[in-house]
Structures are given as C-alpha cells and as structure tokens.
Design a protein around this ligand. Structure first.
Ligand code: FES
Length: 283
C-alpha cells in the first residue's frame, strides 16, 4: 500500500481536476460563518474526522446485520438510510477542509473524496433496492459500498497521520517557558507588528492600546506567515494572508476560520529596554 500512496501523492495529472474541484468547492463553501462551522472554529479542531464516525457506524452496523439473515433486514435498511443522511454534513465538512489544501494533501484528498462518493452511491443504491424489496441486490451493493468506504477511510488515515492534514501547525513547536528577550523595545512602534524569535518559534509582537501583545507568527491552520497578513487595529486582530483566518493579536483566539486551533499566546514584558516573552501556561 505505501507504494500506491506515494504514487497518489506524486500524481500531478490529478492537479487539474483538483484545481477545478477546489474552485467549485470554494464557491459552495465560501469564507464565512458556514465555513467556520464546517471547519471547526467552534470545536477547536476539524469537524470532519468526528462526523465520519457516524456514517461509518451506521453502514458497518448495516453490514453486520446483513450477516444475520432476514430477521434484521428492516433494521439494516434503516441504518443504511441513516448513514446516507449523516454522509451529507460529513462530506460538506471534508470539502471545507479540502479547498484550502495544496500539493500531495490535495491529491490524496481528491482520491479520498472520489472513494467516498463511490461509497455513498453504492449505499444509496442499496437503500433503494432494499426499499423495493430486493434485499439481495441491497446486500451486494452494501458490500461494494463497504469496500469503497474502507479504501477511502485508509486514505483518510494517511491524510491525517502521515500528511498531517488538519493538524495544528504549532502542535510540535517548542515554546519558551522562561522569559526570553526577542526585541529592543524601541523597535516596536504602536500599530506596526514586528517578528521576534523565541526558541524555535517566530513571535508576532504588536503594541496596541492595551500594551505589548505576542502570539505565534506561524498560522495554526496551514502555517501561513501572519506578519504578512492584514492588521485590523480597531478589532485588535490579524488576518492570515493565505486563507483569511482571523486571530486576536493578544489572545491568539480564532475570530474567523478556517483555522480551528488558536495561535499560541505569549506573556510579554519590557525588561532592561528589551521585550521579553514566555509561553502562557495552557498553550
Ligand atoms: S494558513 Fe490558512 S488561514 Fe493561515
């Protein structure tokens, strides 16, 4: 399997279709409250992996009941229908994540999506056949759907655990526990953000009306450079230049997605003419 996965990751011929798909997807799920809902701003991490559990649970339960003969055919039909219903928000959440992907992540995501559409089509056919009383055809289509589901689920695992799609880009960075000097105080003028370096991370420093604020400069969504984004002084926020996530400059809180994880926040103080930062506990 790893060989196949590498081939998909490197399959540049998929880029045209992926480009077209992300363009359509961006129109279907534009930047705004619906995308915030689907990408998990309210949850603190992506919604799609959690929603997949429902569809998988319904459909695998239907397959299991099919093993026990005619007695459970009605229940298997109901579970198949519930799986189809739960697949709709699951697909919408996956699409909202996928439109911001590039490169290998986007290619694997495309194949993952095609597999899921094939699974959904097979389960929909199964439900229709079962309703018409053709349980044999319904069971065959359920098995076909399960095969597609398992394959696309494997790709979903690869996306999450090998490619790191949806992983907080700050998750593995070491943040400074001790006060660390990052900048001469005179280099930070009100309203103009400046980058300082603390340990392994770039820190975005900003002097607003409430004093000096500091958050990580690398966007938690896909790693965009916040210092190249747009500062909104009135709202005390910065908008990432890559996919327009908006963060509070002092707390790191996500104001608008698609980011779901907040930016790590630092305490800041002036000591001997230098600005020092350290991690806020709980980051
Ligand atoms: S990298 Fe996507 S919003 Fe910042």
């Amino acid at each position: 399997m790893p060989g196949i996965l590498e081939k998909i990751e490197d399959a540049e011929f998929l880029d045209r279709a992926a480009e077209a798909g992300t363009k359509v997807g961006s129109k279907l799920v534009p930047h705004g409250p619906v995308k915030d809902l689907l990408t998990g701003k309210w949850l603190g991490h992506p919604v799609h992996p959690m929603l997949t559990d429902a569809a998988i649970a319904f459909w695998t339960s239907a397959v299991t009941l099919d093993l026990f003969g005619r007695r459970y055919e009605r229940s298997a039909q109901t579970l198949t229908g519930l799986g189809i219903l739960s697949a709709v928000p699951t697909a919408a959440a996956g699409l909202a994540d996928w439109v911001d992907s590039i490169g290998a992540e986007r290619r694997v995501g495309l194949v993952h999506a095609v597999g899921n559409v094939a699974a959904l089509t097979a389960f929909s056919g199964s439900y229709t056949a079962r309703r018409r009383g053709d349980s044999r055809k319904g069971k065959v289509l359920t098995l076909i759907g399960t095969t597609f589901l398992a394959s696309s689920g494997y790709l979903g695992g690869h996306l999450a655990y090998r490619i790191g799609a949806g992983v907080d880009r700050m998750a593995f960075d070491r943040l400074p526990d001790e006060w660390t000097p990052v900048l001469e105080e005179t280099d930070l003028r009100p309203g103009t953000p400046v980058i300082g370096r603390a340990g392994d991370v770039d820190v975005l420093l900003y002097r607003g009306t409430g004093g000096v604020c500091a958050i990580s400069n690398k966007c938690s969504h896909r790693g965009g450079p916040l210092n190249e984004g747009t500062i909104n002084g009135e709202r005390n926020t910065v908008v990432c230049p890559w996919h327009l996530s908006e963060f509070n400059l002092c707390t790191g809180e996500v104001v608008h997605g698609p980011a779901s994880a907040p930016q790590p926040q630092f305490e800041a103080r002036v000591n001997g003419g230098k600005i020092e930062v350290r991690t806020v506990r709980g980051n």
